[in-house]
Design a protein around this ligand. Structure first.
Ligand SMILES: [Mn+2]
Length: 388
């Protein structure tokens, strides 16, 4: 069985108010070409189809059109697309009936009463257990194992068993994620890989943008990562994973296929931070004909000059690139109790940091129990926001 594993498309994403339609369209074109060339049996999109839970009509159409082209590139193929934490599970399922007639499965919500809703059988090829993103506490403890046991009973032909989920598992590398907007990254929600049960041949994960195997000793748990970077900190190669499995119990063979971003995300300098004057020079020397997005990493004594953004925009004038942001960091002071934060520093703080800072100013204790309660509340708020 041949599987094309991808996730985290984040369609409709805009980067500092720059619409990313052009490079997302190009990424989707590359997907079509890859399917044409490799003819997978299964095309797996493991959540975060969209960047927001209420994408515009144009973005919805972009997805439907792309999915149709991808399917036409190999009409025999089965497509499974689950909802991620950025998607609305309910919206993701609106057209599941007509899609299903074409072997396209859009799975948005957890179906507790009928777990077979999550099992997709591809005759003669294998089984897919498709689990969308779910608020961790909504998943019954034995859910994954129940699914796997159900499939084990059905699988008389010893076909490969693929499971897909959108979650953080313990021990993965989440470099590049923006902690300020992704409360579900960074350990709060991370689940233990053992909780995902036993009996799958390949676990196709979504949610973490850096492509990687999760260490299990079996080389069969993997994040495909984003096909194109969502944030400037995702400065690693972006790929899709082509997975081949002979039969149930066999070790999967995984190959990465590069996705090219026509509008690369470039940070100047490429390593570390520099002075404002230096950053301006680097930017001025940046080639005129590269249609990149530009972030400037600047270390400042106190504050950036008030006209810094205008200066940066003036430098971008006449160049193909788009200026996004000055990422300003203040030089470390001897005295660490400087209480005034710049806007950027404040925006980079997590809600927990801010709450702890507040408690500290008021002279209150903020112990581990309170931290845990606080994180619970943030999780609930995020969950409610997602469902609205
Ligand atoms: Mn994502």
């Amino acid at each position: 069985m041949k599987i094309l594993h991808t996730s985290d498309w984040h369609l409709g994403h805009s980067l500092y108010n720059h619409d990313r339609k052009e490079e997302q369209e190009d990424m989707l074109r590359q997907m079509v070409e890859i399917v044409k060339e490799h003819k997978p049996d299964l095309f797996l999109l493991a959540g975060d189809v969209y960047h927001t839970s209420q994408p515009s009509a144009a973005v919805l159409k972009q997805f439907v059109d792309a999915l149709t082209l991808i399917l036409n590139a190999n009409p025999e193929m089965t497509i499974v697309a689950t909802a991620g934490n950025h998607d609305s599970g309910t919206r993701h399922e609106i057209y599941s009936t007509p899609w299903k007639a074409q072997n396209v499965y859009t799975i948005g919500n957890l179906s507790r009463d009928n777990i077979t809703d999550h099992i997709i059988s591809i005759p003669g090829k294998g089984y897919v257990l498709a689990i969308p993103y779910t608020y961790e506490r909504n998943i019954p403890d034995v859910f994954f194992q129940q699914l796997l046991d159900t499939v084990a009973e059905m699988n008389s032909e010893n076909l490969p068993v693929i499971m897909t989920a959108h979650t953080t598992v313990n021990g993965c590398d989440f470099a590049g994620h923006d902690y300020t907007s992704e409360s579900t990254i960074g350990g709060i929600d991370a689940i233990d890989i053992k909780q995902m049960g036993e009996g799958y041949d390949y676990l196709a994960l979504g949610h973490i943008h850096h492509a990687q195997f999760v260490h299990t000793g079996k080389h069969n748990v993997r994040y495909s990562g984003t096909p194109i970077a969502v944030s400037f900190d995702e400065n690693y190669p972006h790929t899709v994973s082509l997975v081949e499995i002979g039969s149930h119990g066999e070790r999967p063979n995984v190959k990465e296929i590069d996705i090219h971003n026509i509008h690369p995300l470039v940070t100047l300098p490429t390593e570390g931070f520099t002075s404002w004057d230096d950053a301006k020079k680097l930017f001025a020397n940046f080639p005129d004909d590269i249609p990149a997005y530009i972030r400037l990493n600047v270390e400042v004594e106190d504050m950036l000059p008030p006209n810094a953004n205008d200066e940066a925009r003036a430098i971008a004038n006449g160049k193909e690139c788009k200026f996004c942001i000055i990422n300003a960091k203040r030089k470390k002071r001897e005295k660490s109790d400087a209480k005034i934060l710049s806007v950027q520093e404040f925006q980079a703080e997590s809600p927990l940091d801010i709450a702890m800072r507040y408690a500290n100013d008021k002279g209150c204790t903020f112990d581990d129990d309170i931290k845990e309660l606080f994180n619970e509340v943030i999780k609930i708020i995020n969950e409610e926001t997602r469902n609205n």
